[in-house]
Design a binder for this molecule. Structure first.
Ligand SMILES: [Zn+2]
Length: 222
């Protein structure tokens, strides 16, 4: 039954009403599935319904998933950093700043080496961030996983406007599950090879090497 449901969606995804019916059919099936079945199905559904192969059709599809986010992780009044790496599946923010907001190398209380680690179970992508404030430098390494972005999860984390902006930003990127957010300009940037970004006081260089991404962070404000 689950296979029939997915095939139906593939065939009829242009038709909103059919999509709605197929989704409710799958939801009914999943509600009665055992845990093992559920895990297997959930993976398939993530891949088939949520993956970016939907391309142009995703707008049509997204509207049928209710938005359950009470507050949007992106639409906040203040942020803990100027440049953040954000995971689309978890809404987790990873600061790329080397110093606290309002601090500079001259008055920073930070010293030594600061390390941070993150993992997204949906995409199986991991992030390591290492910062050396004394040296005005740092880097983030992103180890690619399965490249899955779950719109269902995003619907519980972000408002629909931000979801749309995020998906437009990450579309066609190798890393779709992470993006960079400039909290002052409120702009999104993809993790893309051979790209440089200036966000606040920080210069970011993104390079793709050995199937992983590296973002070099340098303090540039004088
Ligand atoms: Zn938002």
């Amino acid at each position: 039954m689950i296979v029939i449901g997915i095939n139906n969606i593939r065939v009829t995804r242009q038709n909103g009403k059919d999509v709605e019916e197929a989704i409710s059919m799958i939801a009914t099936y999943m509600a009665s599935a055992t845990k093992d079945e559920y895990d297997k199905i959930a993976q398939t559904i993530r891949h088939d319904l949520v993956f970016s192969e939907y391309g142009e059709d995703i707008e049509n599809f997204i509207q049928y998933i209710p938005n359950t986010a009470e507050t949007c992780r992106i639409c906040m009044e203040s942020y803990p950093a100027q440049a953040v790496l954000v995971c689309a599946n978890t809404g987790q923010f990873y600061s790329l700043d080397l110093y606290d907001i309002g601090e500079s190398p001259d008055n920073s209380s930070r010293g030594g080496t600061i390390m941070n680690f993150g993992y997204d179970e949906v995409s199986q992508t991991s992030v390591h961030i290492t910062k050396s404030p004394d040296q005005k430098t740092g880097y983030a390494e992103i180890d690619r996983g399965r490249g899955i972005v779950s719109v269902h999860r995003m619907k519980a984390l972000f408002c629909d406007d931000c979801i749309w902006d995020i998906l437009n930003t990450v579309e066609h990127q190798l890393i779709e599950e992470f993006f960079i957010f400039d909290t002052e300009k409120r702009t999104f940037s993809p993790i893309d090879d051979s790209t440089t970004l200036q966000i606040g006081d920080y210069h970011l260089d993104i390079e793709y090497k050995d199937s992983d991404y590296r973002i070099d962070i340098n303090y540039t404000s004088e």
